[in-house]
Design a protein around this ligand. Sequence first.
Ligand code: SF4
Length: 469
Amino acid sequence: MNYARHEHHDFLGGSAHALADAGLQRVLTRLTDTLVAANRRGYAALSDSDKLRDHAKLIKEHTLAHLDRYLEQLEDSVKKLGGHVHWAATAEDARQIVVQIARQANCTKAVKSKSMTSEEMHLNPALEKAGIEVTETDFGEFIIQAAGERPSHLVAPAVHHTRESVAAILSRHLGEQLSDDPQALALTGRRVLRERFYQADLGITGANFAVAETGTIVLVTNEGNGRLTTTCPRVHVALMGLEKVIPRFGDLPVFLKLLARAATGQTLSIYTTLITGPRRDGELDGPEEFHLVILDNGRSKILATPFRESLQCIRCGACLNVCPVYRRVGGHAYGGVYSGPIGSILTPLYDSVSQNPHLPHASSLCGACQAACPVRINIPHMLIGLRELQHQFKPGRWESLAYGFWKQVLCRPWMYRLALKGARMFTRFFAKEGWLSRLPGPGANWTAMRDFPAPAAKAFRDRWKELNS
Ligand code: SF4
């Protein structure tokens, strides 16, 4: 199965592919329109959503300013409850830690609840290589695992599929002919996954929040798979990026109220699961072992940069739904695990700015993402910051030549006038009613997607002269 991430993916090629896919355009419009309306309804239903969002932001700012203290407190709290804490500096370290835990506990079958951190560390291939069978148990994730794909949305990972394509994927995967009736497909998923839960000896989850004060890991799901993943298997491993810690139990309601509303417009997600250590004496269910893996993978470096605010993200997906770029190209075009406006920041920061040159530009800077974000992350500001960083890289030969020539033209008024005259004469052959719809050469990339205004028939300076003569 191919889980491989498209290393240093071609965003432009991926976007062109997505734009030409009429089916994808339909599902993207339907999903994002629905979720944008739900997000607005969700905020409007709060008595003072602005105040709550400001409060959430303050908690995040405070936590990041004292991250070392709260992470140590979280470690102490989890250990006091009988859990184990593992620190992973890189994705590779995190993979090794999880494989080691599985080996030591003789686990061979894992069930996994939806976790973007596990996607980020490419956990499934590592487990499979170690001989551990992994089943994704969020239904959307189950579909894309069967298809050998990556999630295309933070909260709706299989949004790019229709019910017909889901039926085809699952029929192939399960070796039985399934109808495309959504209810029948859901029941099939339930039947198959129920068995896997009973057979599994290792349960892997993410963590939407981790409370430093109490050592509580909080999971938010809509399908109940998080609960089964953490109660049936005898070993539970929770994976979290180090920014997921929150200081106090009392901070939790602030985020729970916002997360579901921002993501899907729900008052609360259907299941909010609070895990506080492994099974205790006398308890009927729960794992015998509980492990918390805290992943850095570049986050601590971001902490000391102007991009620190990106660590406030609670992965609700609201910025994706409102983004005019994501709404057209979908998640796979971005290449990384995280897509949309926040992905255009996280992928260059976690991976490499120079190897993801188009992502900081995959935005109109309209500000819709910041307006929809429950913690008001200033995404446009950080995208501009990343664009600034790109100036540190040496441009290619042709780019240097083009800018060198442009500089000469701008420094010499006579050359500028001559260039304008040339452009006017040249574009005369292509202009129609004041617009250029089809340019040759490098200009074709622009006009393939949008028209370009034709140069005015008469230059401003000539008109000015005429007016004053
Ligand atoms: S940046 Fe904000 S809106 Fe986007 S996923 Fe993160 S929390 Fe949600």
